[in-house]
Design a protein around this ligand. Structure first.
Ligand code: TNX
Length: 575
């Protein structure tokens, strides 16, 4: 069920599982695509039917109404037309860039004021879209900040949203409705058919994220950009970067330069580590913005700070520089809560990171500070929270922050494994909102199975079903769904050392978490999800994305893309 209010009168959202086939006779003149389908049917040949069903999208849309009598076929003559608005235009250009490599079509983009032929893919920015599909028409009056409506008919494809972000998500849906070959980086000859009908869609929760730990192992800017692309495919809108930990400090800070140059010079296992310059970080921010993803930077305090102490021993309680740490233990390091220099350091660092970050949040960690206890810990957190507020950002922290005083806009990221958590529930009663990252469902560093070659198992094994089968809205006892901002899937990287490793742990569990964050609860259905997800395997293979061929998913046996046209294969059963 959507957490966003529908305008009155508001029909109940229809779960995707119950797709209504429209029986209405199309009012328009049959177009080439329709005629081809009808001709093929008449000949008893279903080969020309679109390869993908309208109800196969991940995450499941709020409402889907298939029209099996219609389909739209992309051709060399297809053009894209878009409302004259810079944000909408950027989305139309993104759509063209997604479709050009595989189709080899020109797909010119023009704004709706242009004279000449109208586009057959039309992207319209409109607060109150109107359209011809009567059954779900009434609920289009409020698509919200991220919703969209997609109509596919023989004559063309019409995408309408109230914001560029909504159009962007409509484009991600459109991409999934084309054959898997659309993921090819080189031209493929196939019939580029989209299934006919209407999708009306908007998210259940406003915060849908993933976390990448770039501190335990460092990852190049290009790797982070690719992860952002993966998030966007599944309509996730936040990337939390865990930028600092015992093993490495990964962001340049001008006022404390040795944090990055000295503190960033290693990683787990003793590799060379690295850090992002401010220019690197700006590249990440800007790519994220182009994918409608907000960056949430984390500076973990007061624990997980060995790398900072190596660089600046005056921050250490004993004022002695510890050796660099390349192991995987936690909870031993902390900045000196009794020294004023520590708070100057925090204000400087958070001030610089806030200035680089357009999003509304700063994450201050707070987890596993085992040596800073009781009132010393809560006093420290309360000061750090106020420093965040002084930068103009809202504070996010792991749920260990819960006992500290509430502060406007405070968000706790819950990573527990026991859903009875009275301390967190009390913080919620005092005003905190929650991001749900239950360790035993959403932690993507957990192994899939006993024999998974990398990963942890302290929170249990997490197969795809376990990642999918829980409800963020009701998960923590005595926390109402109205206090849940959304979900996040963290990937800790003690044992994750490459982009291939990252993708192996993300796919296919990331789309499962994405569906929990986006889709109405009424659409939750493991049996349907595993079928829909299976169709994504060939897409990932074609895009060169590594994934775990999870045994509980009925992956198609044969590639749907002609072999000679396929990108290099990376998909893997074993690692
Ligand atoms: C706990 S979850 C941690 C991390 C580790 C992770 C490994 C959390 C807030 N802290 O420091 O990397 O377990 O799964």
């Amino acid at each position: 069920m959507s957490s966003l209010p529908l305008s009155s009168p508001a029909p109940e959202p229809t779960p995707t599982a119950t797709v209504a086939a429209s029986t209405a006779v199309p009012a328009h003149q049959p177009a080439a695509g329709d005629l081809a389908v009808l001709a093929a049917r008449a000949a008893g040949d279903d080969l020309l039917a679109p390869a993908v069903r309208l109800d196969s999208v991940v995450p499941a849309p709020e409402q889907v109404e298939a029209d099996p009598t219609a389909s739209f076929v992309l051709t060399a003559d297809t053009a894209i037309q878009v409302t004259a608005d810079p944000g909408a235009r950027a989305v139309a250009d993104h759509l063209a860039e997604l479709l050009r490599p595989a189709t080899g079509f020109l797909l010119p983009v023009a704004d709706t004021r242009a004279v000449g032929p109208t586009g057959t893919l039309t992207l319209t920015l409109a607060a109150t879209p109107a359209g011809p599909a009567p059954a779900i028409e009434r609920s289009t009056t409020d698509l919200g900040a991220e919703g969209y409506r997609l109509d596919v008919a023989g004559a063309g494809v019409r995408l309408v949203a109230g914001t560029p972000t909504g159009l962007f998500y409509g484009v991600q849906t459109l991409r999934q409705l084309l054959p898997a070959a659309v993921e090819s980086s080189t031209p493929v000859t196939t019939r580029w058919a989209l299934p006919g009908g209407t999708i009306l869609d908007r998210p259940r929760f406003p915060y849908r994220g993933a976390m990448l730990d770039v501190a335990r192992h460092f990852f190049a800017v290009e790797d982070v950009l690719r992860v952002i692309d993966h998030l966007a495919r599944y309509k996730l809108n936040h990337l939390h970067l865990h930028l600092t930990d015992d093993q490495g400090w990964r962001i340049a800070v001008d006022s404390w330069p040795k944090l990055a140059t000295v503190g960033g010079a290693s990683e787990v296992g003793g590799g060379p580590g690295g850090h992002y310059t401010k220019a690197d970080y700006r590249r990440i921010v800007s790519h994220a913005a182009s994918r409608h993803v907000t960056l949430v930077p984390e500076i973990d305090l007061p624990g997980h700070t060995n790398a900072a102490l190596v660089a600046y021993p005056q921050l250490a309680p004993d004022k002695l520089a510890p050796p660099p740490y390349t192991g995987t233990e936690v909870g031993f390091s902390y900045v000196d809560p009794a020294d004023e220099q520590t708070y100057d350091f925090i204000a400087d660092v958070l001030g610089e990171v806030a200035a680089l970050t357009p999003g509304p949040w700063l994450h201050i960690g707070g987890d596993e500070a085992f040596k800073v206890k009781g009132a010393v810990y809560t006093d420290f957190v309360e000061r750090a929270q106020r420093i965040v507020a002084d930068t103009g950002k809202a504070v996010v922290g792991w749920h260990q922050l819960a006992p500290a005083a509430h502060l406007d806009g405070r968000v706790l990221q819950w990573w527990g494994t026991d859903a009875e958590d009275p301390t967190t529930a009390d913080a919620v009663r005092r005003g905190a909102r929650l991001i749900l990252s239950p360790g035993n469902h959403a932690y993507l560093d957990m192994k899939y199975a006993e024999n998974t070659p990398i990963g942890h198992d302290w929170a249990g094994l997490i197969d795809v079903r376990r990642a999918y089968d829980w409800d963020p809205g009701t998960h923590v006892a005595d926390v109402p769904s109205t206090a849940v901002l959304g979900v996040e899937a963290p990937l800790w990287t003690e044992s994750v050392t490459s982009l291939t490793d990252i993708e192996f742990m993300l796919f296919p569990r990331l789309p499962a978490i994405a569906e929990l964050g986006w889709s109405p609860r009424a659409a939750h259905d493991w049996a349907g999800f595993r079928e829909r997800l299976a169709g994504h395997g060939p897409r990932w293979s074609t895009a060169g994305i590594t994934f775990h061929r999870a045994p509980e998913i009925p992956w198609p046996a044969t590639p749907t893309v002609p072999r000679q046209n396929r990108a290099p294969q990376n998909d893997t059963t074993t690692h």
